[in-house]
Design a protein around this ligand. Sequence first.
Ligand SMILES: Nc1nc2c(ncn2[C@@H]2O[C@H](COP(=O)(O)OP(=O)(O)OP(=O)(O)O)[C@@H](O)[C@H]2O)c(=O)[nH]1
Ligand SMILES: [Mg+2]
Length: 292
Amino acid sequence: MSFRGVNFLNFNKDGIIDEKRVINLLLNKQLEHSLIEKIKGDLSLMKIKSSSAIEKIVKQNIVEYLRGCIKSFEIDTVSYPHVIALIGVNGSGKTTTSFKMANLLTNLEYKTSLVSCDIVRPGALFQFNELCKKVAVDADYKKKGEKIFNFIEKKINFAIENKYDIFVLDTPGIVVGNKATLDYVSEIIGSVKDLIGKDRSFSTIFIADANLGGDIMSQIMFLKNTVKIDGIFISKFETTSKIGQILKAAKTFKIPITGIGNGISVTKIDKITPDDLSNMIFNVKELGNEAH
Ligand SMILES: Nc1nc2c(ncn2[C@@H]2O[C@H](COP(=O)(O)OP(=O)(O)OP(=O)(O)O)[C@@H](O)[C@H]2O)c(=O)[nH]1
Ligand SMILES: [Mg+2]
């Protein structure tokens, strides 16, 4: 039965949130089954199902689920430079994120150096130059023919001598199943660690393309025994609703989510808290668009 485009059968007394739509929305987000079952159970125990009460239950459950999964990124500037290496599969958003991070950190007045070792594929240099136009950051890339380890050594030594706070390293894409690509990135990370020594901080951040949903689990499985991952950065957050599987990966592998990228522009980078993420996942406005 419809009236002025509103299907009353699917609405609660206060007309905003409907339980069935809520569950559909959470299923569409690919949240873990156990979380959805817990929410269903809690909703079934409610006597008065007002919109605000349903919203509260859902968000509380998501926040509880996210506990321990999210960590703000801490920069160590005492033993500078703090190296942040971005790793991930081809096309996951490493280069874009490296510029976003460098831009943010430079704006926060950290002396930041951005170094890209991924200039092999066609279009990469063009992309690098375009991003350089948008960000006033000290960026450099490995030239054709230059040995990668010589290049990194030169850049790290320069950063140490010139007292840079942060050194952002964009690495070549890894292909799942192709051990050689993983070993190559692992070797780069190993040599940077040797160059900076034990006293300087090093963070390896895995860039997870939000579009890939469940594939993130297999990507991390492939990487984690060779490269230690300190944090997950979710890229392309705004392009998809399927975020649940990345949360599952963060929980399963106990790797905190340290930030999100939500757009192609270099300013589209956000830090998050469990409350923020819960609000993004359970966005009441989206309920109206759910198929039911
Ligand atoms: N919509 C959207 N697009 C993004 C975001 N981050 C990256 N992209 C796009 O994703 C595509 C791949 O991004 P890159 O930064 O080149 O990814 P990469 O991991 O460096 O790729 P390779 O170096 O080829 O492995 C580009 O078209 C970016 O503009 C984001 O947060 N939102
Ligand atoms: Mg790249």
